[in-house]
Every structure is written in structure tokens, then in C-alpha cells.
Design a protein. Structure first.
Ligand SMILES: Nc1ncnc2c1ncn2[C@@H]1O[C@H](COP(=O)(O)OP(=O)(O)OP(=O)(O)O)[C@@H](O)[C@H]1O
Ligand SMILES: [Mg+2]
Length: 318
């Protein structure tokens, strides 16, 4: 993605190995970075943006939006399931409890859409779930379903797996998996309830669960535009009846813009104009405000200062 015009003070691109103090473990995902020292873990949502499984550039305010949306949901669901959230450290970072994470993406779906629709349309079950015949694209299921994937290492695409196979192959012990299924459905129900009150449909999402030594804990991010799909509730029924695509709270915007330029994930991505970057940034801020019903004020902290604060925290704690 072209980044001409992006103000470097406004974006946090990530940490370099040379930034990391000794004694601190550094993990770099596509979008987030994790710094761990002892029983302290900091998850940093950078401003990197990915589509088609690739990092394509940076979008101002994206990291802060994602961090603050996760914070909102961890607080709003803490009574439903224990989570790893301790507190927000800086606008883009969160202090969490480190856990032993099960390598499963626990996908919960309320509607038949996206990859589930594509599997169904091709006559295949979705992660072992047989979807009833005669359903239409974007139709609501009679009850939410769980369609897990295994979490694969760098570069490999996640692989769909049935709930039965997760237990049969020993990826998760049976009693823990039963608890995870119950928690995932309960979290999703709470998410849908709150989203609905704010005019949105929580369509589907992905959770990760871990063990903190005592109990099952929901970790990673929660109900963010990067891990979830949201539609606007007010137009859903009418558009579904007319066979039109639901109005979505955009994550698809970048993907669609790239596809309009003829890019579908292979080769060098095209240059994205600064207007698109600005548009994306505004969309992330709007997403925060719609989901949480709060205003996102400017943190006033430049990215370098924020990195310093995070590093000094993991270095000495405070
Ligand atoms: N409480 C926690 N304890 C231990 N690991 C955690 C915790 N919360 C999240 N994680 C891990 O932190 C990482 C966050 O990184 P991130 O999601 O950016 O990258 P990724 O999942 O490896 O790859 P991708 O870019 O495809 O999402 C994940 O591997 C996630 O499992
Ligand atoms: Mg991830």
C-alpha cells in the first residue's frame, strides 16, 4: 500500500528486534505484537492493516480503535466468561494475563455468509456442521453454530476442523472443549444483544481460549472488526428479502477496493491512494463509535512516545 502522505508520528508500525529489552519475549503477528516478561503480557495493536492474509500498509488510528473495542467487550462480557484483560496500558496496548492458548480459532456464526456460505453452496459441511437444506446466503441460523479452524503457524492457512475432531485428536481435552463451546455461545449471545442495542448485528466472530492454570479464559481480541463481521440491523430484513447484500460495518472496504483495482491477493499489491487510507481510518473510528456508543477522543500521544512507554513498562513495570 502506498503510504505517501501518512504522518509517521501518527502511526505505530511495530517494534524492531533491536527495540526489545533483554528478558522480554517478542512475538510479531500480522497485525499485533506481543511482549512478555514473566507473568506480564502486553498486546500491542499496531496500525498495520491486512487483507488477503497479507500486511498491506498502515492506517492511522486503527490500532487504537481495535484495542479500545476489545477493551469494551472484555469489560462487557467479564461476567459471562473469565478473560485475560487486566487494563489498557496505552491507546494501542493492553496488559493481559498470559495463558496457554489452545491452537483453535473458535468461530461462531449466527448467519450463513462468507466462507460458510461458499462451503454450503458447494455442497460441503462447514467444519463438520451439516447446515439444513434450502438456506439462502446471509440467512440467520435457527441458533448460532460453532465452526472451528486449527490455528496454523506462519503463512499456513487455518484448516477447518469439526468439534468432534478437536477432542478426538487431543488438541483440547473433552471437558475443556465442552466449557469452551458453552462460553463461546454465551459470549456470542451477549455480543449480539449489545450489538443489537446499538443498531448492529454481530454476524460472526472468532474467539481464542486458553488456560491460566486454574480455569478456561477467553484471550486475544474480542468482537473487533478484524475478528468479526457486523451488519446494520435496520436494513437487514429488507435487503435480505430483496436478495441484496446486507449493509456491513466495513472491514470489507479495503478488500473490495483492492479487488476493484484487479488485485485478489497474488503478486505485488497496487498502490492505494491516500484518500482510501483516510477513508479507512475514518471508518475504523466510526466503527468504534457505533459499537461502543462512545466518542473516541484524540489520545495526543505520538507513536514513538507510545512505543517508549510500552517498552519502559515491560522493562521495569510500573
Ligand atoms: N492471554 C494470552 N496469552 C498468550 N497468548 C496470547 C494471549 N492473547 C493472545 N495471545 C496470542 O497473541 C497472538 C496475537 O497475535 P496476532 O493475532 O496478531 O497474530 P497471529 O494470530 O499469530 O496471526 P494473525 O496475524 O493471522 O492473526 C496470537 O498468537 C494469540 O494466540
Ligand atoms: Mg490472530
Amino acid at each position: 500500500m502506498s503510504e505517501r502522505g501518512v504522518d509517521d508520528r501518527a502511526v505505530l508500525r511495530g517494534f524492531e528486534p533491536s527495540d526489545i529489552p533483554t528478558g522480554v519475549t517478542h512475538y510479531r503477528g500480522k497485525v499485533r505484537e506481543v511482549l512478555t516478561r514473566g507473568d506480564e503480557m502486553v498486546i500491542v495493536a499496531t496500525d498495520r492493516v491486512s487483507a488477503f492474509d497479507r500486511v498491506l500498509g498502515v492506517v492511522p488510528r486503527k490500532g487504537e480503535v481495535l484495542n479500545r473495542i476489545s477493551e469494551f467487550w472484555f469489560r462487557a462480557t467479564a461476567d459471562v466468561c473469565a478473560n485475560h484483560y487486566r487494563r489498557v496500558l496505552t491507546p494501542r496496548s493492553m496488559l493481559v494475563t498470559p495463558c496457554r492458548v489452545y491452537p483453535v480459532e473458535v468461530v461462531v456464526r449466527g448467519y450463513l455468509t462468507g466462507s460458510a456460505w461458499r462451503e454450503y453452496a458447494a455442497g460441503r459441511p462447514v467444519s463438520g456442521v451439516t447446515v439444513p437444506p434450502g438456506m439462502r446466503e446471509n440467512q440467520e441460523f435457527s441458533g448460532a453454530i460453532i465452526t472451528p479452524s486449527t490455528k496454523e503457524n506462519d503463512g499456513d492457512h487455518d484448516r477447518p476442523i469439526s468439534c468432534a475432531d478437536i477432542v478426538a485428536t487431543g488438541i483440547v481435552p473433552a471437558d475443556d472443549w465442552a466449557a469452551i463451546e458453552r462460553s463461546a455461545l454465551a459470549l456470542f449471545a451477549r455480543g449480539q444483544e449489545i450489538a443489537r442495542a446499538n443498531g448492529l448485528i454481530l454476524v460472526d466472530t472468532k474467539y481464542e481460549f486458553g488456560h491460566d492454570g486454574e480455569r478456561i479464559v477467553v484471550v486475544d481480541e474480542m468482537h473487533t472488526p478484524d475478528s468479526s463481521r457486523f451488519w446494520y440491523a435496520s436494513t437487514y430484513a429488507e435487503r435480505f428479502a430483496a436478495g441484496e447484500r446486507p449493509d456491513e460495518l466495513d472491514k470489507e472496504y479495503l478488500r473490495r477496493t483492492l479487488m476493484e483495482c484487479g488485485y485478489t491477493g497474488d503478486g505485488e499489491p497496487p498502490e492505494i491512494p491516500m484518500t482510501v487510507v483516510s477513508e479507512l481510518s475514518a471508518k475504523y473510528v466510526a466503527a468504534f463509535e457505533t459499537i461502543t456508543r462512545e466518542k473516541l477522543s484524540d489520545s495526543g500521544l505520538d507513536a514513538e512516545a507510545e512505543k517508549k512507554r510500552i517498552l519502559s513498562y515491560v522493562n521495569e513495570g510500573s
